[in-house]
Design a protein around this ligand. Structure first.
Ligand code: SF4
Length: 381
């Protein structure tokens, strides 16, 4: 009752003021005042260096802040400038990115640094359209860099901002659909206070991350509660609309832990392969193998894959472990088998490179999360 009567008052008050501008101004002032006190202390907020802000924004794509905190300073220590990143080897960059996932981001970031150095004199371009021409920079990242690094009047729409805006104005519909997105973008644009985009956009992001939570919004702690249409209607959770659920396919994959002689025998080495750059997880090293085809046993699939990928013959021995892993568009179960190399000098046929190594020396190679689980299992034996 208390909530309704207070908000009833707000509605009357807004009506009396007679315009949306008053509401907009109110939201701007309340959010900026809240952000001045409540802003999260994040390392990329203590710099105006566009390169460092770019690195943070690329790392934050599809990755939680808490995870990025474990990588950001180390990456900048290793590659402190566009020049340093542009001159680096892809192997070094992937090794620094190891475990962060979505490795295409690391390849694109390095390529973007090379373009910035070669074509823009080492400075990030100052317009959204030029930022978007760089690899790995889509509309969201371009808007975030333009507003956060350069304080340009550019709106941003990430998952947190979408949730806040959809609730504030009761914007229904699936936000991944163009029409809904357009409405949300219009809303973000109309709320943006001139020359304060850097703080305002980050305030919206923080509000979504810490207060306007997906399942249990903390409306009692929200600085814009009196301007929130979804809260007024008691329908916070109904916004934003949910995208139609798609069935995520599952595949079985086999991986060979190929020993030069017997598993774990003194002097026996392990064969690893490097993925081709254009492939998924390109540039990473792995225990070779591939997808199981219809009608094959796991052992048959592995022997075939090792022949096709590296031109070697193997005896497939016992299973070491199974790893389940979810990617954006599919889930997989990887079955990792010990194998004995019995013939054929390895050749890089369906991979970029190969190497004989040892369990200890595997640390020198950038491996995917699934392959690092195999290494951990080998070290436990
Ligand atoms: Fe989100 Fe609640 Fe604030 Fe509305 S009042 S923006 S639903 S936290």
């Amino acid at each position: 009752m208390q909530r309704l009567s207070r908000e009833g008052g707000r509605r009357v008050c807004s009506a009396a003021m007679g315009n949306d501008d008053k509401r907009t101004k109110d939201i701007q002032e309340r959010l900026l005042a809240w952000y001045a006190i409540e802003a999260r202390d994040l390392p990329w907020r203590n710099t105006r260096d566009p390169y460092a802000i770019l690195v943070s924004e690329i790392m934050l794509q599809q990755t939680r802040v808490e995870t990025v905190l474990g990588y950001y300073d180390r990456f900048l220590g290793r590659f402190p400038t566009f020049d340093a990143l542009a001159a680096s080897s892809l192997d070094d960059v992937l090794k620094s990115w190891e475990g962060l996932g979505y490795y295409r981001r690391a390849r694109n970031l390095r390529r973007a640094a090379q373009i910035v150095v070669d074509e823009h004199g080492g400075q990030l371009p100052l317009t959204v359209s030029k930022l978007r021409s760089l690899p790995g920079i889509g509309p969201y990242t371009a808007g975030a860099i333009a507003s956060i690094a350069f304080n340009l009047d550019e709106p941003v729409l990430d998952g947190n901002v979408v949730r806040v805006l959809a609730r504030l104005r009761r914007i229904s519909g699936d936000p991944s659909r163009a029409a809904t997105r357009k409405r949300l973008l219009r809303e973000a644009q109309s709320l943006l206070p001139r020359s304060q985009a850097s703080h305002f956009n980050q305030a919206l992001m923080d509000l979504g991350a810490r207060v306007c939570l997906p399942r249990s919004p903390r409306c009692h702690a929200c600085p814009v509660v009196n301007e929130c249409d979804a809260h007024y209607a008691g329908e916070e959770i109904a916004y934003p609309g949910k995208p139609a659920r798609k069935r995520v396919p599952h595949i079985d994959v086999v991986a060979g832990i190929v020993w030069s002689t017997e598993p774990f025998a003194p002097g026996s080495r392990l064969l690893i392969a490097k993925r081709r750059e254009a492939d998924m997880l390109g540039g990473l090293w792995e225990f070779p193998g591939g997808r199981v085809e219809d009608g094959e046993t796991l052992e048959q699939a592995l022997a075939r894959e090792l022949r096709e990928e590296l031109s070697i013959d193997t005896d497939v021995l016992e299973l070491l472990l199974q790893v389940k892993h979810a990617y954006t568009h599919f889930r997989m179960t990887m079955h990792a088998y010990h194998c004995r190399h019995i013939g054929g000098e390895p050749r890089a046929i369906e991979c970029a490179d190969w190497a004989w190594t040892t369990i200890t020396d595997l640390d020198a190679y950038a491996l995917s999360t699934a392959d690092r689980k195999i290494v951990a299992a080998l070290r436990k034996v």
